[in-house]
Design a protein around this ligand. Structure first.
Ligand code: NAD
Length: 305
C-alpha cells in the first residue's frame, strides 16, 4: 500500500512511519519540520518538507498517489492556542481543509485523522468519557480539532472520502519533545535522568489518561481495516494523577527526590479519561502496554538521547 503521513517527522507520526515502513508499505512524509526532526524519518520513507497550508500540497499528494493519508501534522500546544487562536486555526482547521481537499482531488480512499480526546470534551463528570458525550472544548485547540472532524465528515458525505477520526488521550513515549509545555512524562523523565528537580503544577491531583505511543500506532493501523468510518476514542480508560505519575517514574529512576509544587495553571482541566469500548468493538483495538512498562521504555529512551 502507498501511504502519506503528514507530521511524520514528529513524535507520533514518526513512530507510525516506522511501523508502516516495517510492514512493507511505501510511505511519503509531509512535514514542515517546525517541530519534527528529519532524523526521525526512517530511510525507507520519502520526506517532503512542506507546510500543510501550502497550495502546493495538492500536487504533492497527487504525485505520491497514496491510498491512505494519516493526518498527524498540527499545532499541538493547548496554551499557545489560547494565546493565538488564529494561528492555531490556521494550521489545525485551514491546514486540515487543505489536506482534505488535496486528498479528494488525488483520489485518496481514506483519511485517518489525529484528533484529541483529552481536549475535545471539556471538563466533564462523565469519566471515562464516551464518544457520545457532547463536546465542549475549553481551548481553541480543542475547538479546532472538533471543527476539523466536522470538515472530515463533510468531505466524506460530499466527496466520498472515507474519514476516520482517532481521539487520542495523553500520548507518551520515546521521542516526545521534553522542551515543550505538553509531554509531562518526557519532561519528568529527562529531569530525573539529569538529577534535576521536577515541578508539579498545583496540588498534582489533576488526572489524565496516559496511552503509550505504540498503542496509538496500532490504533492507526487498525483504522485501515474498519468498514464503517467513524470517530473513536484512543486511550486506556484509566485516570492517573500527576503525583502518581511522578511517583511511578521516580521509582523507575531509583530516585529519592521529591517533586516541587509550583502554582496551578488557571483554567487547567481537572480530570480526563476516555471510554474506549467503541474502539475495542469497532476497531478491534485495545491498549496493550501498561503504564509502568510504557514509563520504563520512555525513561530508558531519555537516558540514551
Ligand atoms: P509533534 O509536534 O511531535 O508532531 C507534529 C508534527 O507536525 C511535527 O513534526 C511538526 O513539524 C509538524 N507540523 C506542524 N505544523 C505543520 C504544518 N503547518 N505543516 C506541516 N507539518 C507541520 O506532535 P505529536 O504529539 O506527535 O502530535 C501528532 C498529532 O496528534 C497532532 O495532530 C496532535 O494534535 C495529535 N494529538 C497528540 C496528543 C499527544 O498527547 N501527543 C494528544 C492528542 C492529539
Amino acid at each position: 500500500m502507498r501511504a502519506l503521513v503528514t507530521g511524520g517527522a514528529g513524535f507520533i507520526g514518526s513512530h507510525l512511519v516506522d511501523a508502516l515502513v516495517a510492514a512493507g508499505h511505501d510511505v511519503v512524509v509531509v512535514d514542515d519540520l517546525s517541530r519534527g526532526r528529519r532524523e526521525h524519518v526512517p530511510d525507507g520513507a520519502d520526506l517532503v518538507v512542506l507546510d500543510i497550508c501550502d497550495t502546493a500540497l495538492g500536487d504533492v499528494v497527487a504525485q505520491a498517489a497514496p491510498e491512505v493519508v494519516f493526518h498527524e501534522a498540527a499545532q499541538i500546544d493547548v496554551r499557545s492556542s489560547v494565546r493565538d487562536p488564529l494561528a492555531d486555526a490556521g494550521t489545525n482547521v485551514v491546514g486540515t481543509v487543505n489536506v482534505l481537499s488535496a486528498c479528494a482531488g488525488a483520489g485518496v480512499r481514506r483519511v485517518v485523522f489525529a484528533s484529541t480526546g483529552g481536549a475535545i470534551y471539556g471538563d466533564t463528570e462523565v469519566i471515562p468519557t464516551p464518544e457520545t458525550q457532547p463536546c465542549a472544548p475549553e481551548s481553541p485547540y480543542g475547538t479546532g480539532k472538533l471543527c476539523a472532524e466536522a470538515y472530515g465528515g463533510t468531505f466524506q458525505r460530499i466527496k466520498g472520502l472515507e474519514f476516520v477520526a482517532l481521539r487520542y488521550a495523553n500520548v507518551y513515549g520515546p521521542r516526545q519533545d521534553p522542551h515543550g509545555e505538553a509531554g509531562v512524562v518526557a519532561i519528568f523523565a529527562t529531569r530525573l535522568h539529569r538529577g534535576e528537580p521536577c515541578v508539579i503544577n498545583g496540588a498534582g491531583t489533576q488526572t489524565r489518561d496516559y496511552v503509550y505511543v505504540g498503542d496509538v500506532v496500532a490504533a492507526n493501523l487498525q483504522a485501515l481495516t474498519v468498514t464503517s468510518p467513524a470517530v473513536f476514542n484512543i486511550g486506556t480508560g484509566v485516570e492517573t494523577d500527576v503525583n502518581e505519575l511522578y511517583a511511578r517514574l521516580r521509582a523507575i529512576a531509583g530516585s529519592s527526590h521529591h517533586a516541587e509544587h509550583g502554582p496551578g495553571k488557571p483554567g487547567e482541566q481537572r480530570r480526563s479519561a476516555l471510554d474506549v469500548s467503541l474502539a475495542r468493538d469497532g476497531l478491534r483495538w485495545q491498549p496493550a502496554v501498561d503504564l509502568d512498562t510504557g514509563l520504563r521504555r520512555t525513561f530508558d529512551f531519555f537516558g540514551g538521547s
